[in-house]
Ligand binder design. Structure first.
Ligand SMILES: [Zn+2]
Length: 70
């Protein structure tokens, strides 16, 4: 719970939705989402949480695809 219980907003840059889950900031950034906090944990709204889950599920194939492009 933590920051979500205090009514935190989603910490993804440019997003103003209500927080749904709080996650380790590094994990969020590892999935390619930009968060605007310096703390260890950041809040995600429902939509971004879904997006994060999708990204982490496909993590390995996505990473490889990115490296192939550059
Ligand atoms: Zn969001």
């Amino acid at each position: 719970m933590g920051i979500i219980a205090k009514g935190a907003k989603c910490n993804v840059s440019g997003c103003d939705n209500d927080g749904f889950r709080s996650l380790n900031t590094k994990k969020i950034e590892g999935a390619g989402l930009r968060v605007s906090v310096n703390s260890k944990k950041a809040a995600l709204c429902k939509d971004h949480y879904k997006e994060w889950k999708k990204e982490t599920r496909d993590d390995r194939s996505l990473e490889r695809a990115r490296f192939d492009i550059y």
